[in-house]
Design a protein around this ligand. Structure first.
Ligand SMILES: [Zn+2]
Length: 349
């Protein structure tokens, strides 16, 4: 039995002590010039929607990581981090969980990524819709959706009308589009063999006012775009960062529905269970399996190629080729879940 009453697919031996933990990635606090959010406000918003960790990404200033939180506040793990402008201001690079402020590296993307790694952080391409340097080596993951950008690129009249007429969950459900462009890039990068950690970016600032009312509160944004990590043992700084580094993640848009009951795993007779981020040896009996509540549509891809689609609450597929396999799950034809890849690899002799 998994945490929260989740049942793994039948016949699977679920790794002992593994938890699916819901979190928020790409969040700005008062350390950014364009937000006033306090850490207590962020933590209490997170707790109110069942988010257990927040990976902050403030706009940098001298020594800001040393002034960022790193620990439990109001039952929520807050971990400081930064959002560094990418070369030519085309997109950005998130520095998630660095232990010190990245040195000012100049304008080159490779140098920015290197500065994030040497400060102990995980480097994630953010605002992927603007980023143009996907060939640069070394980044660890991709922000598959950025809510702020998705709304900015939408027709303003639709956003305004939707904001006025729809309560927040319905607004995010119907107004935020599927991130087609980012998903295409993601598939192509996996075709090249790049193992990436998928995160969803709320880009929460709580700084948009509409007729005197705050639009996109922290709580609404956390709920609309969350990042789930498969964490071993206690939820803490070390286990969160470990899961993030290993790519044990999926992005979820839970204005559509809670992901409680969702599992995506591989299994092979010799290696046992493989999670997103893991290797899964290719053999005759190797399987990729998923379950999800309700009537879902599963789209399994190897890199950019669709290899299986199913409707219902279960997918079971025997891969025949090596490659990076990932899952998109839709509900009501809307994008709901996007996983990091499981690497199906040739069996070692
Ligand atoms: Zn941001």
């Amino acid at each position: 039995m998994l945490e929260g009453g989740r049942e793994p697919p039948s016949g699977l031996e679920w790794p002992e002590g593994l938890r699916d933990v819901r979190g928020a990635v790409h969040c700005h606090s008062f350390l950014s010039h364009d937000s006033e959010g306090s850490w207590t406000r962020i933590a209490s918003a997170a707790r109110s929607v069942g988010v257990e960790f927040v990976l902050l990404s403030d706009h940098p200033s001298p020594g800001f990581i040393e002034r960022s939180p790193r620990g439990l506040l109001d039952g929520v793990w807050l971990i400081g981090g930064g959002e560094l402008s990418a070369e030519g201001r085309k997109g950005s690079l998130l520095a998630l969980g660095p232990t010190r402020t990245p040195s000012s590296p100049g304008d080159g993307n490779a140098a920015i990524i290197e500065s994030i790694h040497s400060a102990g952080g995980v480097a994630i391409v953010a605002h992927a819709e603007e980023f143009t340097a996907f060939d640069v080596p070394g980044y660890d993951g991709i922000e598959i959706q950025n809510l702020h950008a998705a709304l900015r690129d939408r027709c303003p009249a639709i956003v305004l009308l939707g904001g006025l007429l729809l309560p927040p969950p319905l607004f995010f459900r119907y107004v935020v589009p599927r991130p087609d462009h980012n998903l295409d890039r993601y598939g192509e990068l996996l075709d090249q063999g790049r193992r990436l950690t998928v995160v969803a970016g709320g880009d929460a600032h709580e700084n948009i006012q509409l007729l005197g009312w705050v639009f996109g509160t922290y709580a609404e944004t956390f709920k609309a775009a969350s990042t789930h990590l498969l964490v071993e043992g206690e939820v803490n700084d070390g286990s969160i960062m470990d899961a993030l580094r290993r790519g044990r993640s999926y992005a979820a848009f839970e204005s559509l529905s809670s992901t409680l009951g969702f599992v995506f795993v591989g299994q092979s007779p010799r290696a046992g269970v493989a999670l997103p981020g893991d290797d899964l040896p290719l053999a005759k009996e190797t399987r990729l399996m998923a379950t999800a509540p309700g009537n879902s549509r599963f789209i399994l891809r190897r890199g950019s190629r669709v290899v299986a689609t199913r409707r219902g609450n279960r997918l079971d597929h025997c891969p025949r080729q090596e490659g990076l396999y990932w899952l998109e799950v839709q509900q009501g034809n809307r994008c709901w879940i996007i996983t990091s890849p499981i690497a199906v690899v040739g069996e070692q002799p």
